[in-house]
Design a protein around this ligand. Structure first.
Ligand code: PXL
Length: 256
């Protein structure tokens, strides 16, 4: 298939400022040759990680309407890729999206929290239902906090133990501490455990997970085998982090 005909239904929020979710996912998918079709779950003035009180417009009712239109058009998607969700009901709408396109690559980034804590918009109900959504995915990309939340693990459990409790066919855990000054990815791809380590820079960057997961999606749709897709997406994300670190004046949010 012509790459430009590969469409991704990208079910994520649109945060105006902060360089995360759709504002980074769309350009990365596009630049890597696949058509990014945004299905916004919410519109926010900024992401929720440090800009104070945000303007938040929930788009829960929009999701089934968009799906129903795409079905009337007999439009196909090569991939359905979900991320940050604005309400518990959106999990049902996401499930409907994945079920409507059973042949599409199902990528779930279970965006729920970081640094051992859930984001403030993520309720306990959402955390419980996210386990259901993860259950239908071909591949998931939780960070270590999210992997712990999904498996009822303590954040102090070893990444390997947490990984062994994840039941999806393929999982990549991001933000896994490596050796000294290293951070990396712990993956289980078709039963094979892989690790990719990168130098840890002293930057706190929101949206890294979105940069990584969207690059991974694009690489998989570009017919890269899973381990190659993982390596390429990790290299791409690391390159973005390095560029960001070189920028002057620096900024604390998002990747350059
Ligand atoms: O990248 C994760 C993310 C996505 N969307 C919103 C967020 C965050 C992380 O803080 O706040 C709105």
């Amino acid at each position: 298939m012509d790459m430009q005909n590969k469409r991704v239904a990208a079910i994520h929020d649109l945060s105006g400022v902060g360089r995360c979710s759709l504002t980074v996912i769309m350009p990365i998918l596009s630049a890597m040759g696949v058509q990014a079709c945004p299905v916004p779950t919410a519109i926010l003035s900024t992401h929720t990680g440090g800009f104070g009180e945000v303007a938040f417009q929930d788009l829960t009712d929009y999701l089934p309407q968009a799906l129903s239109h795409y079905q009337r058009l007999n439009l196909d998607f090569s991939c359905v890729y979900s991320g940050f969700l604005g309400s518990e009901a959106q999990i049902d709408h996401c499930l409907a999206f994945f079920q409507a396109y059973p042949d599409a690559l199902a990528v779930v980034d279970p965006v729920m929290g970081d640094h051992g804590r859930a984001y403030r918009t993520v309720t306990e109900g959402m955390q419980r239902r996210m386990i259901e959504l993860v259950g239908i995915a071909d591949i998931i990309t939780p960070n270590l906090t999210e992997a712990a939340l999904l498996t009822g693990s303590s954040p102090d459990d070893s990444p390997e133990a947490i990984m062994s409790r994840l039941e999806t066919p393929n999982a990549v855990i991001t933000s896994v501490p490596g050796g000294e000054d290293e951070i990396g990815y712990l993956a289980r791809l078709n039963g094979r455990v892989l690790r990719v380590h990168k130098p840890k820079l002293s930057l706190e960057l929101h949206g890294c997970g979105d940069v990584f997961a969207s690059a991974l999606c694009a690489q998989l749709l570009n017919d890269q085998p899973l381990p190659d897709a993982l390596q390429k997406a990790a290299d791409f994300c690391d390159g973005c982090i390095r560029k960001t670190a070189q920028r002057q004046p620096g900024h604390w949010y998002g990747l350059a």
